[in-house]
Design a protein around this ligand. Structure first.
Ligand code: F1P
Length: 347
């Protein structure tokens, strides 16, 4: 059954999809794409809906950390409903509109709004569609996806933003790191798919996904994948926030997935260990599985790479994508046909 699910196939094929994207990115004309907007006084604002909004958050965190310039993220609806609150209409703002389909009504409405205000923007997309016709600055990626839920499109578009930000900032070591992520994930897929699938057979009543910094939007996306692909309720929190109330949901029917950052491991792993002691099942996704990480988790997914955590965001999310589909299948659902969802949301 699993082998025939398109969503799972697209998740597994991601390393190849990333290689295709990297080929395109290496040959990009950045001048055409962002012109003068990479200069100091422009504030980049990443905008999307659903998965593309979490991607916007991960993109803003990546852009800020790589370039040293503060970028922000907004859901498209905030610009439409509260423009005066969300988007400074100065000519120093540079929006990046993110949409796999390029056809989502809210994103197209934001594009029209920006056109009216004569604010230039960059479109980041996979399918192109109307969005790609509304600006000359288009980054369209070879990440074709048939599934309803976004998987390889999310990781490919995040990879693209990280690549562009690193290129603008002259971070050549980071660019090299990105080139090494596909091979790393191929290796981990062989090792961890089986254990992850086995854990997904256990029925959990509550799922909480934890992460901090650039891993917080990845935790959000993992929770969304679990919800979309398995019609189960999943929540996401900043890791240390989980102790301030949400831990009340913990008992032996709960699962806590911790996305552990390398420099923040000591503080984050304590939270995971506490939840395990309170009865939860725990998964840790970490670059290095130290003894403390192993003690805190029932299943450890160790990326085991010398690369910086920020370059591994797309490698962290793969396990949540797979887990969502595995839970859906264990519940007798078909992740290719998620309940109540359509591939694109139009008004
Ligand atoms: C955004 C989105 C998806 C979601 C659903 C509906 O689409 O909200 O994140 O999974 O399928 O659309 P897009 O604007 O990136 O095409």
């Amino acid at each position: 059954m699993i082998a025939t699910i398109k969503t799972v196939q697209e998740i597994q094929r991601q390393p190849d999809t990333w290689r295709d994207c990297l080929h395109l990115l290496r040959n990009l004309d950045l001048n055409l794409l962002v012109g003068n907007y990479h200069q100091q006084n422009h504030q980049w604002v990443f905008v999307g809906c659903g998965t593309s909004y979490y991607l916007a958050q991960a993109a803003a965190a990546s852009f800020t950390l790589l370039t040293g310039r503060q970028a922000t993220a907004l859901p498209a609806s905030e610009i439409l409903l509260y423009p005066e609150l969300s988007l400074p209409l100065a000519d120093t703002v540079f929006p990046v509109l993110i949409s796999r389909s390029g056809h989502t009504s809210e994103i197209l409405a934001v594009a029209e709004f920006l056109e009216e205000k004569r604010i230039e923007f960059l479109a980041l997309t996979c399918d192109g569609n109307e969005l790609a016709t509304m600006t000359p600055r288009v980054l369209q990626l070879p990440a074709k996806e048939e599934s309803t839920v976004m998987t390889s499109s999310f990781t490919s578009m995040l990879l693209a933003i990280q690549f562009v930000a690193a290129k603008l900032a002259g971070q050549s070591e980071f660019l090299d790191a990105l080139e090494r992520v596909p091979a790393l994930v191929v290796k981990c897929l062989t090792k961890y798919q089986g254990p992850l699938e086995r854990l997904a057979q256990k029925p959990f009543e509550d799922v909480a996904v934890l992460g901090q910094g650039p891993l917080y939007p990845i935790a959000s996306e993992v929770a969304l994948k679990v919800m979309e692909s398995s019609s189960s309720y999943a929540q996401y929190f900043h890791t240390l926030e989980f102790r301030h109330g949400p831990k009340s949901i913990i008992d032996d029917r709960a699962l806590v997935i911790g996305l552990i950052g390398e420099d923040t491991e000591a503080q984050e792993v304590r939270v995971l260990r506490e939840m395990k002691e309170l009865g939860a099942s725990t998964i840790a996704i970490a670059n290095r599985a130290t003894d403390a990480v192993r003690e805190a988790a029932d299943l450890v997914i160790e990326l085991a790479s010398p690369l910086p955590t920020l370059s591994l965001l797309i490698a962290y999310v793969v396990w949540g994508q797979l887990f969502g589909s595995f839970v859906g299948l264990a519940k007798g659902l078909n992740p290719d046909e998620p309940l109540n969802l359509t591939r694109v949301v139009t008004f």
